[in-house]
Design a protein around this ligand. Structure first.
Ligand SMILES: Nc1nc2c(ncn2[C@@H]2O[C@H](COP(=O)(O)OP(=O)(O)OP(=O)(O)O)[C@@H](O)[C@H]2O)c(=O)[nH]1
Ligand SMILES: [Mg+2]
Length: 266
């Protein structure tokens, strides 16, 4: 099965375009699928649009009455996916702002099944790119990715900040069983959770791959929800937590994980 996770906050402009494309891409794959949307306290028409969609496709809604932010939304989506998926299922997460084209899903799934635990849709892989991104924003995004590569090196990865990814079901189940509520620990720090998931999965031995994709920023209609100052603060906090010489994530998690696995095996 393929489980698609969508975080949605005031996406009434994009949902009517995105959802039919998503359905078309998933129907063509001839596999069971389920879409889980977390509607995070939207005050626009997102709720009604989701009700319409659920009549046409297998769609489940997690509803936050108030806006809780991307961290808590991701936690709820991934925990729900872990609850219902089996080890060989594929979990896909993409944005609802119509900048992530569902037509890339089959390639992500194929690559994941060729022997990876996480495959990232990458603007920086050969053949990838971005359309409609201002030179300033492209520069900031490149710098952020270079920063992440320096402080959280993961072999074979150039794209750290794109949330469009495929995950192996068993990997997410294991991460949630091991980390519990701390799989996404920096919940209040905006979009930091997108990087945190990668780093936490790396620490428990996940294998990473990238697949080229083109970010369609020219199609974005809703306003950006990313607060750069909070996200930047989040990256700084995470860098300290990861590299902290006395019990930082970098050294303590692998040790704790080995002990945890030993106990489960015995
Ligand atoms: N649930 C929830 N989703 C959010 C929140 N903020 C953003 N999102 C969703 O997370 C996804 C990413 O948000 P975007 O605003 O596209 O952020 P981005 O892709 O990092 O940057 P831009 O596309 O430039 O804005 C979208 O699907 C949003 O609807 C939030 O507070 N709660
Ligand atoms: Mg976006």
């Amino acid at each position: 099965m393929i489980i698609v996770l969508l975080p949605a906050f005031n996406e009434e402009e994009s949902m009517p375009t995105l959802m039919p494309k998503l359905k078309e891409a998933l129907d063509a794959m001839k596999e069971d699928y389920r879409i889980i949307v977390c509607n995070d306290g939207s005050s626009d028409n997102t709720i009604r649009l989701l009700e319409d969609c659920s009549a046409k496709m297998p769609l489940e809604e997690i509803r936050h009455k108030i806006n809780r932010g991307l961290g808590e939304t991701s936690r709820d989506l991934f925990e729900r996916a872990a609850e219902i998926c089996s080890d060989d299922d594929v979990i896909i997460r993409l944005d609802c702002d119509d900048t992530h084209e569902p037509k890339f899903i089959p390639k992500l799934v194929e690559k994941l099944r060729s022997g990876y635990d996480v495959v990232i849709a990458s603007r920086f892989a050969p053949g990838g790119g971005q359309v409609g991104v201002s030179a300033y924003r492209a520069f900031i995004s490149r710098c952020a990715n270079v920063f992440m590569k320096c402080f959280f090196p993961i072999k074979g990865l150039k794209e750290y900040s794109c949330g469009f990814r495929a995950y192996r079901g068993s990997t997410i189940k294991m991460a949630i069983a091991f980390y519990g509520n701390n799989f996404i620990q920096l919940k209040g720090l905006g979009f930091t959770c997108t990087l945190e998931k990668l780093v936490k999965l790396k620490l428990i031995g996940a294998r990473f791959g990238e697949e080229a994709f083109v970010l369609r920023y020219d199609q974005k209609q809703s306003s950006s929800k990313m607060v750069s100052s909070v996200t930047t603060l989040g990256y700084i906090v995470m860098t300290i937590l990861y590299h902290w010489p006395w019990g930082g994530w970098r050294s303590s998690v692998p040790k704790d994980f080995v002990e945890w696995r030993m106990k489960r095996v015995c």
